[in-house]
Design a protein around this ligand. Sequence first.
Ligand code: C2E
Ligand code: MG
Ligand code: MG
Length: 578
Amino acid sequence: MEIESIKAKLYDFFCKETGVISYDCALDPRNSGEIVGLLHMGRISLLEYSDMNAELRDEPLSDTILFDAVSFNPDECLMDRLVIPTGTVLRVSIFAEKDHTWSIEERNLVKGFILIMITLKSRLKMKEFIDYAMFHEMELGLHNSFYLNRMMTMIEKLDKLHEYSIIFFNLVNLTGVNYLLGRKGADRIIIQFIDVIEELLENPECVCRMGGDNFCILARQEKTGLLLDVLKGMHFNCDSMGTKRIKLGAYSGVYKCTGAEKSFSECIDNALATMLIAKNEKHVQVQYYDESMLVMVNETRRVESAFKNALKNGEFLVYYQPKVDLANFRLVGAEALCRWDRNSVIVMPDSFIPILEKSTRICKLDFFVLETVCRDLRSWIDSGKKPVPVSVNFSRKHLSNSDLVEQITEVVDRYRIPHSYIMIEVTETTNESDSRRLNETVEELAANKFEVSVDDFGSGYSSMSIIKDISFKEIKIDRSFLNNKNVRRNDMIMMKHIISMARDLGLAAIAEGVETMAHVELLKQYGCFYGQGYLFDKPLPKEFFEKVLDSPYYKNVDPANGKDYLIPSTGEFDDIQF
Ligand code: C2E
Ligand code: MG
Ligand code: MG
């Protein structure tokens, strides 16, 4: 072989294998004097073993012939090996040309060459390994969050981030898949799923594992629809025969990058929070980012995490709103309503009850209110006041508790309160199995001499059947019927029929939201004799309500026309809105 072509070949593989572009002058093919010993090489081979055991068994990961002359002398071989920190063993062997025996000078030259070769090769391997370890997770070998960051950095440098979306996704029921297929089987399916996604992506788009069953896709915005179709679910064969198939899909949160975000993690966090809303709040598979939704979620988290301590620290307060007989404006009862004293700001229930109702926290709160009401009733009885029955709101969340009535009874009896002094307010339910359970609970409460009222009647969907089938004592007409000063015609008609229906079914009717004397007149005209509303009083703290107990008539004389005129009994008090 031509000397120049051998030099060029050596030069080529040396650079390719070691990753260097400028190399030691000893190997410079232009420096022909120094390379002369290498001209008698017959073969250069590079073996790679995964570890020393594999080397002992002589089971190489790869066996590469880097240089091959027409023939070589198998007995004239120089070899060196190196164990690199990843555990991989590299072995370089150089055989002399057929019929050639190396001189001492040549041997030294070849040994030097092997040493440089193997050192540079191991350095390249280490770099590859570090790159791999930095940008992949170790379990499945998928790209990790550092890789996502790297890609986003590249895109940002091109000022193109606003053309990309982040899709954060969480695999549905991975625990179930693990259970069904075992860990290894599940891993195989996940890798297949990610492969399908990867096929739709091109550099610098990527799909990365963020930990556990959470993944992130960075992709051009116009690809979002296509990717979401895959994420909604795909079927995979569990075995080579295809007899068992499994569907794998995900909950996804989509955030369209604007390029104005303060950091990449802002984009990723927004997509993550959006995915969590899809999964936990809305129970839908796909959700697009919406800022107001995040505000709500953050508030939910704040309330839920503060609740336990707030209850322990006595931050929840019980207010009482009078129920009044519209014929003589006499106090006939009260509704216990909760407030939250959060750092000296009184927070209204609309800001926290719907959040607490998402979990069983509401049940703890309702029992706290019941207990406070019983304690207050006991103190009024003991101090010689004449108390009135108090209604306590109980969330529908209690329906799954089969010991509910027993627990209510235990609290009330502990304070030695006659059961007729406690009324339970429940809202309507739209769900059939809930209705059945509600029916059983109301029956059980009635058997224990507790009366039950349907709250916000007329605001839901199942109003009519609920009062037909369940033995309530009272219906509370939703305050939306009296929403306006001038009650709307349709509301009037509805209210009139609800009241007459209640009367025919033998139920008491009470109207919420009574704000004007015109409301009182209208209700009386329709045959509704009880009311609760701001005309009389807003919900009052215990001390203010005690004044109403002491002087239970809302009656005064209007000095202008001498007619009966109502004034709130505790005019000093006003709710502070949060
Ligand atoms: P609700 O049980 O229907 O209570 C009546 C609501 O109407 C109270 O609002 C009361 O302040 C308001 N209201 C009464 N009269 C008038 C009026 O004339 N005009 C107007 N605009 N509003 C009037 P609040 O206290 O803000 O309570 C809101 C809801 O929060 C309650 O509605 C109830 O569903 C829930 N809630 C309050 N405390 C508790 C509790 O301890 N447990 C449960 N589960 N829910 C509670
Ligand atoms: Mg109520
Ligand atoms: Mg109500």
